[in-house]
Design a protein around this ligand. Structure first.
Ligand SMILES: *[C@@H]1O[C@H](CO)[C@@H](O)[C@H](O)[C@H]1NC(C)=O
Length: 276
């Protein structure tokens, strides 16, 4: 006689997306590990954006219209190619007028009260620091799509062009060698925590930059995952577990629970063969 007990524990996160949607799941669930986004912070200022260029979604952003910076951007990393940096920054038209089209549009002189614009950064000493980096883009359109102001936050120039860039390169290498090579899927979430200062009394200068990845295998579990968090100037807590990062983010965002990746744990408890 053989007994086979299969116990399946599925823990699904609560909570819930350039196209502004009520719920990321309407248009871009596949950007996220197991179809679920990181925690959506409570509050009316947050908008879910499925970042759309030429009618194709490339990544997703939770945007804070009060602070005029993202909370996080999430991306499915498939491969990277070398792309041109055209530096044509876009805005998300639907943040100001829900009647606008789904695509991000190049920002010229259009005024905007719900999001940061190029002028806000001018003469500010800060870079428009990309959350989803150009470096990990899988096509030129994908690279162009990262140049949207809702995917950027004021970042110290030396940090952006120094340690943070090096970290992005290390993560891309790590995921290429240890995840993509095994035909697994790599999910990346990068975010910021609002700080005490604003530029032009409008755009918040984040106190922290953080990023995390999860490499999902066919069992829907994170086979490898890491988290990284730094102050606005340097990586202070390099390389921690995703759990540790979540705990730190709960404190920083002042929320009870902050989850980065949906965890589907499947425990197969197989009671061994019992022979009569
Ligand atoms: C982070 O730490 C892990 C485990 O110690 C290591 O395998 C990995 O290469 C490190 N990654 C980075 C980007 O430093």
């Amino acid at each position: 006689m053989m007994f086979l007990h299969v116990m399946m524990m599925v823990s699904v996160l609560s909570g819930g997306s350039a196209e502004v949607v009520r719920d990321f799941r309407e248009k871009c669930a596949d950007i996220f590990a197991n179809g679920a986004s990181p925690t959506i912070l409570p509050g009316h200022q947050y908008r879910q954006i499925c970042q759309t260029l030429k009618n194709k979604v490339y990544f997703a952003t939770l945007y804070d219209t009060d602070n005029k910076i993202p909370v996080y951007s999430a991306y499915k990393f498939n491969k990277k190619i070398k792309c041109d940096r055209k530096h044509i920054w876009c805005i998300e038209p639907q943040l100001d007028n829900p009647g606008e089209g789904p695509n991000m549009v190049p920002h010229h002189s259009r005024k905007s009260s719900n999001q940061a614009v190029n002028d806000d950064y001018k003469k500010s000493d800060f870079d428009k620091g990309h959350l989803i980096p150009v470096y990990m883009a899988s096509s030129q359109d994908c690279s162009d799509a990262t140049f949207t102001l809702t995917n950027a936050a004021p970042q110290n120039r030396n940090f952006n062009r120094g340690q943070w860039r090096i970290l992005e390169e290390k993560i891309a290498k790590e995921l290429t060698e240890r995840c993509l090579s095994k035909k697994n899927t790599a999910y990346i979430v990068t975010g910021v925590v609002p700080g005490k200062h604003k530029i032009k009394r409008k755009v918040n200068v984040p106190s922290n930059f953080w990023t995390a990845y999860c490499c999902l295998d066919h069992t829907k579990e994170c086979q490898i995952s890491r988290g990284f968090i730094g102050s606005d100037r340097k990586i202070t807590h390099d390389n921690i577990t995703v759990n540790e990062l979540e705990t730190r983010l709960e404190n920083l965002y002042k929320v009870k629970s902050f989850q980065l990746f949906i965890v589907i744990s499947v425990f197969f408890a197989i009671s061994l063969l019992t022979l009569d």
